[in-house]
Write a protein that binds this ligand. Structure first.
Ligand code: SAM
Ligand code: DTB
Ligand code: SF4
Length: 337
């Protein structure tokens, strides 16, 4: 075994050090471990920090669908790609509250509102703040993903009671400009800094299966792990290929490589919630089970992601039953922000 692999196999204590810095080579070396060694290590880290049989359930709702000005190559909601997604107006407060209530009745503990915007205009943000207040008043944790924020907007969301803001760096810095042309990754980092500064939990991850190399995946994981502090929630999305998007037709990622990505995220970010995100509809149950073993401990729960399909809630409940797993209870807190 070479020296890099020796480093990757350093003591378990190393892996629980939230402050350590990861080089791309070190993450690459984790990826290169024999599958069983990698999963054993990831599962050991997972077990040291979490109930290994609990999974956090978040339901997504697209509160503003389609017509987005950005050109993200993966996304069916960009107005620049000819997809079947229609441009729709912002949903009403009543519609959002009804969806949140239904999600809660099915067992979700967090409700995540997504908008196909480059960033929110102030008058739209006022409406989203009302949504956040009302969803929180139901006793759900709240999450929003609205694009890039202007100074002061994160504070407003915090005051409205927002628990998490999702804003992904999506892919390695060097590969980013091949995927998105209308903004830079630094723009994303700027918003993430504002979210952190406002005291909102950071939900930040990426997408794999976009034709990137393993080295590029290792760089994505290292970049996330080296954030100080690393995100509280790390969604790992497998690209959902959608007809009409530039990335439709890229060779699909080997799903065992997806499991490796989850394991690397767990080892490098021991205390984060690692979210097995988009792509589960196309994933056999056995692969999902391996992801849970490798350290994934949250999923999107409900028949739809934003515009694409997700496994039906009753299928997910049956899968969790089959695996002897259970939903993670929501943290106790007041309904008022
Ligand atoms: N417009 C906002 C933004 O880009 O941050 C919020 C919504 S955007 C749809 C949220 C995230 O969805 C993206 O950052 C990306 O990671 C993920 N996403 C979009 N299309 C996807 C696809 N086809 N497959 C997997 N993940 C996707
Ligand atoms: C995240 O990382 N994945 C979710 C959520 N955050 C907002 C979105 C996945 C979108 C998949 C494509 C779609 O349904 O439009
Ligand atoms: Fe717009 Fe977000 Fe889709 Fe990019 S990922 S096109 S910003 S909705």
């Amino acid at each position: 075994m070479d020296r890099i692999n020796d480093n990757a196999l350093a003591s378990a204590a190393d892996y629980s050090d939230a402050q350590r810095t990861w080089s791309v080579e070190q993450v690459d070396a984790l990826y290169a471990l024999p599958f069983n060694d990698l999963l054993h290590r990831a599962h050991s880290v997972h077990r040291a920090h979490f109930d290994p049989n609990a999974v956090q359930l978040s339901t997504l709702l697209s509160v503003k669908t389609g017509g987005c000005s950005e050109d993200c190559g993966y996304c069916p909601q960009s107005a620049r790609h000819q997809t079947a997604v229609q441009d729709e107006p912002l949903l009403s407060l009543d519609a959002v509250v009804a969806a949140a209530r239904a999600a809660q009745e099915k067992g979700a503990t967090r409700f995540c509102m997504g908008a196909a915007w480059r960033g929110p205009k102030q008058r739209d943000l006022e409406k989203v703040k009302e949504m956040v207040r009302s969803v929180r008043a139901l006793g759900l944790e709240t999450c929003a993903t609205l694009g890039m924020l202007k100074p002061g907007q994160a504070e407003q969301l915090k005051d409205a009671g927002l628990d998490y803001y999702n804003h992904n760096i999506d892919t390695e810095a060097g590969f980013y400009e091949k995927i998105v042309g209308t903004r830079t990754q630094d723009d994303r980092l700027e918003t993430l800094a504002q979210v952190r500064e406002a005291g909102i939990n950071v939900c930040c991850g990426g997408i794999v299966g976009m034709g990137e190399t393993r080295r590029s995946r290792a760089a994505l994981i290292a970049q996330l792990a080296n954030m100080k502090p690393y995100p509280e929630s790390v969604p790992i999305n497998n690209l959902v290929q959608v007809e009409g998007t530039p990335l439709d037709g890229v060779p699909a990622l080997d799903l065992l490589e997806f499991v490796r990505t989850i394991a690397c995220a767990r080892i490098t970010m021991p205390k984060a919630m690692v979210r097995l995100s988009a792509g589960r509809e196309q994933m056999p149950e056995g692969i999902q089970a391996l992801c849970f073993f490798a350290g994934a401990n949250s999923i999107f729960y409900g028949d739809k992601l934003l515009t694409t399909a997700n496994p039906e809630a009753r299928r997910d409940r049956a899968l969790l039953d089959k695996l002897g797993m259970h939903p993670m209870p929501a943290p106790a807190r007041d309904a008022e922000p």
